[in-house]
Design a protein around this ligand. Structure first.
Ligand code: PMV
Length: 356
């Protein structure tokens, strides 16, 4: 018998013979101080701080049925997807000690992203955190316990995909042990919402799609480049300092210092890749044109707009909500022509995972 709450919770039809279903959406996040380099079991070499986004997110439904053995079917955007299915199966089997109830479930997972598939935006943070929220919600239903432990959700998301552990919290999150924050840990991220100046709670992030090609270097390969990197020690020390500085800035609302740290972190990430072995140049000519245009616009207008980059050519343009009208006009007039098919995504700081 299908419980009625499933029909209410899930707009999608419940597959035949499935007895329960949960659905969660979870956002992507943008790191201001970057995690680049890992150790042990998906532990970071340095702490990182991110802003939680809202428009770029993954919506995941998991239908489940009790079974005498584990079963999994996965479809992405309406189509069965073997590659993702294997990734999820591997993750579940590796972490089975933390999710023992899964052994007796037949799972049917359906997932979709709200951002274009070919936007070059990494989706592992949003997809893995959405999946973990679904799994812990199922555990909650099976055990009849209240609420989901976000620390456990962050811990498990980290094991699935490092930066995913930061997507669980509203506004901003810190992942990685640092003397600058009590309670910080390499094992999971912690929320920063209560320590953030109002200006950052509505911050804008317009994501300019310079290239919609698949990532040139996988995150896994990128982190591995740090293992014998000549600047690794200096990098980890700098990142620690930048986390300490950024935590102060996020509290005080000092936008000038925010810009210094944010842009320096983005360029360091790319500098590290440029001088690693093998070397990668992930910026494209239009990435540099956009960066130069942003700096010129900032000089001319005094509007505190700045950029950050992921491990790819796309540019995240960060600015206060109060300046949105002028900055969006600037993006449309001057930056859009540098974007692939004129594509950009108007995102902003958000509230973290939710039922949908
Ligand atoms: O979580 P991963 O393994 O995809 O690595 C993320 C790396 C960066 O996006 C470049 C930086 C970060 O902290 O998110």
């Amino acid at each position: 018998m299908k419980a009625t709450w499933i029909q209410e919770a899930c707009q999608e039809p419940v597959p035949e013979d499935f007895h329960g279903g949960v659905k969660w959406q979870s956002p992507s996040n943008i790191a201001i101080v970057k995690y680049w380099g890992k150790k042990g079991r998906q532990l970071p070499q340095n702490p990182s701080v991110s802003l939680t986004l809202t428009a770029c997110r993954t919506e995941t439904s998991v239908f489940y049925e009790k079974s005498d053995r584990f079963g999994l079917r996965f479809s992405f955007e309406g189509k069965e997807n073997g590659e993702f299915q294997t990734k999820i199966r591997d993750f579940l089997m590796e972490q089975i000690d933390y999710l023992p109830f899964v052994k007796q479930l037949d799972l049917h997972i359906k997932s979709r992203n709200t951002f274009p598939h070919s936007s070059g935006i990494a989706s592992s943070a949003s997809s893995m955190s959405a999946l973990v929220m679904c799994l812990l919600d199922i555990e909650r239903h099976l055990k009849g316990t209240p609420g989901i432990d976000l620390r456990k959700a962050s811990f498990l998301s980290r094991l699935a995909s490092g930066s995913a552990c930061r997507s669980l919290f509203p506004v901003a999150a810190l992942w990685g042990a640092t003397d600058s924050m009590e309670g910080s840990s390499d094992e999971y991220a912690i929320p920063l919402e209560t320590q953030i100046a109002p200006v950052f709670k509505s911050y804008r992030d317009s994501i300019l799609i310079v290239s919609d090609a698949k990532k040139e270097v996988s995150s896994r390969a990128g982190h591995a480049l740090m293992e014998h990197h000549p600047y690794a020690t200096t990098r980890y020390a700098t990142a620690n300092n930048n986390v300490a500085g950024l935590l102060q800035v996020l509290k005080s609302g000092d936008l000038e210092r925010f810009i210094l740290i944010t842009e320096s972190e983005a360029l360091q990430l790319h500098a590290l890749m440029m001088c690693s072995e093998p070397s990668f140049i992930l910026m494209k000519p239009n990435t540099l044109r956009i960066i130069n245009a942003i700096r010129e616009f900032r000089r001319e207008t005094d509007i505190p707009v700045c950029f950050t980059l992921d491990a790819g050519p796309n540019v995240h343009v960060l600015y206060p909500d109060a300046d949105a009208e002028l900055v969006e006009r600037f993006i449309m007039d001057e930056l859009e022509p540098y974007c692939s098919h004129n594509q950009w995504i108007a995102d902003r700081v958000g509230t973290g995972p939710a039922n949908y």
